[in-house]
Design a protein around this ligand. Structure first.
Ligand code: GLY
Length: 579
């Protein structure tokens, strides 16, 4: 540690006089600016619907509910009512809350349900078809949010989604891109193929996507409320299809589904109050753990993309993902060491273990006895009164399990894959996990989803989150660092190329162009195994809002726009819309 300080201090002395820590405008579009409300989502029609709700007097929670239903129609790869998700809310008075409407394992689920007779994981069982499906939560989650914290009737909030499903909407190239690579999977399920393919082939830009069954399901929810989904015909249709096609979902699983309202995880980073997702998400805990570690380093002066900065980020991620993958799970089933993992003293212990000049070795961090894109979507909303809502929800893989229960129009998740199918065996996102996240009836798989709201001096500052599987945590983290430490504006912060490490595999994944050849050489010399990961969908699509200016320097100068919205340039169909 002391030698590290000396090293970074010298960098500071050398450059502090000639460089400010703030980035100049990078190659990103300008953030979208507005004074009364902002809605940033992965699909522009959903953003329009959210803004219309705000304009008509609804609050941010009303808008979040309307957007959640709209994305289930316009962004079927991840927007859903057949999956699950989380909602973080910061009210205008500074109070916060968190709604967990993630999937629960069916009662018939067992710890070994994805293993063969020899105890090996059977490929595809936890990701394809009805056995991969957890009991969905969004309909119940949106209704709890609306009834407790919204102001508008359900039928009004769901009406735009019904119209889009019934009348259809014209697919643009950005929408078409989100269907890419899914034709073969969707073709296997006749009900999914009938909706999301045209004569067995992918839709092309300019064609209309009409979802009549989904419109009928949404209409029945608008009319009868959550019972239509959990106690009525929709549950019956899903259970019937599940039974016919190898699944274990039962009507009782739907009848017993309940949303949990939980205390969000909180921490402070350099004077900024972070509020994010608690278990059953690892997201907030692990973001706080990494931020606590990084707070001890002069990240701003070391600079964005510098080898020293990337080194300490990677080492903090390495240590924090060990904790994620081995000690966290559903709070109704396991004791989560949240207090310890978010403690600044624990972060100092981790810093003390980080060699300033050498990469750590993940294999040496395996705890004794150790035997989770376009797959998810995040949206950020703030209203005229300052109520802020961050929602991340998902089908897990793109188009979930690739199945639609006939007659419902509802795509079903493959969230069961987020459990530990077998300790030590990587899941869809390469996460190697342990017993704390083992499958059990009624249990919720550990998530990485990180809907996050940041405040400063009692006022909302930033709303942020992203899809990206196991990388959701580091994508959200890096957007925060980019704003707070590197002075980027909110658009630059969500667009900047990313790096990721998740303990195992012991590799530094970098997005193309994230690191210069020189930086890569320095990192390799330290012992890091740096690899370019060109699979663009896995790098997420963040959506963020910054309050009071487009960047810290804009805020500090005063006179910046009140709300500054940015949809990740990686999203083809998304939009930040304000008024
Ligand atoms: N299915 C991705 C997550 O919840 O982390």
């Amino acid at each position: 540690m002391p030698s590290f300080r000396l090293k970074t201090l010298s960098i500071t002395l050398l450059f502090a006089s000639s460089l400010t820590p703030w980035a100049v405008q990078a190659a990103s579009p300008e953030p979208v600016k507005a004074e009364h409300g902002m809605v940033v989502t992965a699909q522009h029609l959903a953003s329009d619907i959210g803004v219309a709700v705000l304009k008509s007097g609804g609050n941010a929670v009303d808008a979040a509910v309307a957007v959640g239903y709209a994305l289930a129609v316009t962004y079927p790869t991840a927007g859903n009512i057949g999956g699950g998700g989380f909602m973080t809310i910061r009210f205008k008075d500074g109070k916060t809350t968190f709604l967990d409407f993630r999937e629960r394992a069916p009662q018939a689920a067992t710890k070994t349900m994805y293993l063969d007779a020899k105890g090996n994981v059977v490929d595809g069982l936890s990701t394809e078809g009805y056995l991969a499906v957890g009991v969905p939560g969004p309909v119940m989650g949106f209704e709890m949010a609306r009834s407790r914290y919204g102001t508008k009737p359900l039928a009004e909030l769901i009406a735009p989604a019904i119209a889009l499903a019934k009348d259809g909407f014209v697919l643009e190239q950005g929408d078409i891109d989100s269907f890419e690579g899914e034709t073969d999977r969707l073709a296997k399920d006749p009900a999914a193929a009938a909706i999301f393919l045209k004569d067995g082939k992918p839709f092309v830009a300019g064609e209309k996507l009409i979802q009549a069954d989904l419109a009928a399901s949404l209409s029945s929810i608008a009319e009868k409320g959550t019972d239509a989904f959990y106690k009525g015909a929709i549950a019956d249709q899903i259970v019937k299809a599940s039974a016919e096609k190898g699944g274990v979902l039962a009507k009782a699983d739907f009848e017993r589904y309940a949303v949990r309202e939980l205390e969000p995880v909180k921490c402070n980073y350099r004077g900024y109050d972070i509020v994010s997702s608690p278990p059953p998400s690892s997201g907030g805990v692990i973001i706080c753990e990494i931020l606590n570690v990084l707070e001890g380093y002069p990240i701003s002066y070391m600079g964005y993309g510098a080898a020293d900065t990337v080194h300490v980020m990677i080492e903090a991620m390495r240590h924090a993902y060990v904790d994620r993958n081995t000690s966290l799970g559903d709070p109704d089933f396991v004791e989560n060491p949240v207090a310890k993992l978010t403690d600044k003293a624990y972060a100092k212990d981790i810093r003390d273990k980080i060699d300033p000049f050498r990469a750590g070795v993940s294999a040496t961090l395996i705890p004794k006895g150790f035997g989770e894109s376009k797959e998810t979507t995040h949206y950020s909303i703030i209203d005229d009164e300052g109520n802020a809502v961050a929602v991340t929800y998902t089908l897990n893989g793109s188009f979930g399990a690739g199945v639609v229960a006939p007659g419902t129009g509802i795509l079903l998740n493959n969230e069961m894959d987020d459990f530990t199918a077998k300790p030590g065996v990587p899941n869809l996102y390469g996460l190697v996990q342990g017993e704390a996240n083992a499958i059990a009836p009624g249990k919720t798989p550990l998530s990485s989803m990180s809907p996050t709201i940041i405040s400063k001096d009692g006022k909302p500052f930033m709303v942020i989150g992203s899809p990206g599987g196991a990388r959701i945590i580091t994508i959200t983290l890096e957007a925060i660092l980019n704003v707070i430490d590197h002075g980027m504006n909110i658009q630059e912060a969500v667009d900047a190329p990313r790096v990721h490490h998740q303990w195992l595999p012991d590799k530094v994944f970098m997005e193309p162009y994230a690191l210069s050849p020189d930086t890569r050489k320095l990192l390799s010399a330290m012992g890091h195994n740096v690899q370019i990961d060109e699979s663009w969908t896995i790098w997420g699509q963040a959506t963020g809002i910054l309050v009071g200016g487009e960047s810290l320097s804009d805020i500090e100068a005063g006179g910046g726009a009140r709300y500054n919205g940015a949809v990740d340039s990686r999203i083809g169909a998304g939009a930040a819309r304000g008024y």
